[in-house]
Design a protein around this ligand. Sequence first.
Ligand code: 1PZ
Length: 215
Amino acid sequence: GLLYSFASFSLQRFLVEKKTQQHYGREIYMEHYVAGWKGLIKLLNSLGSVFGFISKDAASKTQILMNFLDSKNGSEYATVQSMVKFELDNELVDVNKKGIYPESGCRTLLRLHRALRWLELFLDRLRTSKEDDKTSVMCREAYNESLAHHHPFMIRKAAGLAFYSLPGRPGFLEVMNVGSPEQVVAMLGEAVPLISEVYTITEELYQKHNLLDLP
Ligand code: 1PZ
């Protein structure tokens, strides 16, 4: 399924040689991160036009990152780690307030990164839900615990309204297009920890560079 490929491909183990000591570090590949988002946007679009304002924003941010990947500096954007280093070293990020780089890779990815936390919380609820649990409730709880903290009142209001249009649990599992409900649950059991790892690696990287509040 889409989510599984998001998680597994965006995360690749690579070997870092550090003087005498060898250890594993993890890089998040932008190409796969972006491909994962494209899959999620497709899924969101198949849920109906009520979600259009959400998928449009996610699509425009995904497009910004794709444009960087396709630009002459594309190789600097190969991984989230290399993007952060490149944009900071070259002062391509508005750090305190919006200025000449309102659409830097770092600030754009931060928005998707925050949404990834929502996804992790939502999918984990879905994974552990019972047959007649409501997807709208799972979605709302996950949202209130994560993304909502970063959204102004009007957006929270609009998002809250859209959640009512989500299909019920059986319908939602079906549009995910993975297989039987048992197969979806099994897939989520593998995917959620990987999504969580992508989230944590990004969070720690952004924290280290003081990028978690980029305007
Ligand atoms: C399955 C149900 C989907 C519910 C998704 C829950 C998330 C609600 C998000 C509402 C976002 C509203 C539109 C735009 C908001 C933007 O202002 C912010 C900040 O960006 P800025 O204005 O600073 O440029 N954008 C975001 O927070 C990114 C939101 C991406 C949401 C992607 C959800 C993908 C879900 C796929 C599920 C299959």
